[in-house]
Design a protein around this ligand. Structure first.
Ligand code: URA
Length: 221
């Protein structure tokens, strides 16, 4: 039974003049863990949406917290919102996001199967790379998201995400060669879809990465 149904029923009892509730047996109001995660994320998003820890808050339209399944086994992390994301408050909804949706589909995943967010939650002006102090202000939000969702696999999209979380200044090619551990979670690095739009010849390498992720994902319990 979800919280909304319970609340509605209690309101109904109150409206119809019933002030006491008796239970013959201890009620089993088991709360779905998925709902707990979703509620925690919603509460945090509401708390942080007026964040002004860094300069990006001055130029943003919308704070883009993250979207997808709070119970996802796979979490994708990009760099930062672009113009479409800044307008809508949703991550990866522009051209790069549409390509990402098709890439996921190619390995039998829907957007609703995964959780997607970014290193920084507000758009850097003219899509420049986020600055170190902007990343440092924002990464605690990401760490909190990871600890709530507890994904089994992480995919870092592009070099900015990889450098920011893996604390190594490697070329993307080197990052892709192995998997990594971030917070003890198996972590892949692959191309940012915006880079694939600019360089379609890299799509074949991204497909190699996606197939490895698919095998791992399908082997998860
Ligand atoms: N690029 C990103 O890194 N994130 C988005 O949300 C959109 C484009």
């Amino acid at each position: 039974m979800n919280k909304k149904v319970i609340k509605q029923y209690l309101e109904y009892l109150e409206l119809t003049g019933i002030r006491d509730i008796f239970f013959e047996h201890k009620p089993n109001f088991s709360i779905d863990p998925k709902e707990v995660k979703s509620q925690k994320l919603k509460n945090l998003e509401n708390t942080y949406k007026s964040c002004n820890k860094c300069e990006l808050s001055k130029s943003r339209n919308k704070f883009c917290y993250g979207n997808g399944n709070p119970n996802a086994k796979l979490m994708l992390i990009g760099e930062g919102p672009g113009a479409d994301e800044d307008r809508t408050g949703k991550v990866f909804v522009g051209r790069a996001g549409q390509l990402l949706t098709r890439m996921l589909k190619a390995i039998d995943l829907q957007r609703d199967d995964v959780y997607i967010t970014n290193i920084v939650k507000c758009r850097p002006p003219n899509n420049r790379n986020p600055l170190q102090k902007e990343k440092e202000s924002c990464i605690p939000y990401l760490e909190e998201q990871i600890s709530i969702i507890q994904p089994k696999l992480i995919l870092l999209l592009g070099k900015v995400a990889a450098i920011s979380l893996l604390n190594k200044n490697n070329p993307l090619k080197k990052f892709r060669k192995t998997t990594h551990k971030y917070k003890n979670i198996k972590t892949y690095v692959s191309y940012h879809p915006a880079a694939l739009l600019r360089n379609p010849k890299w799509k074949k390498f991204a497909w190699v990465d996606l197939q490895k992720i698919q095998i791992d994902y399908n082997n998860l319990s």
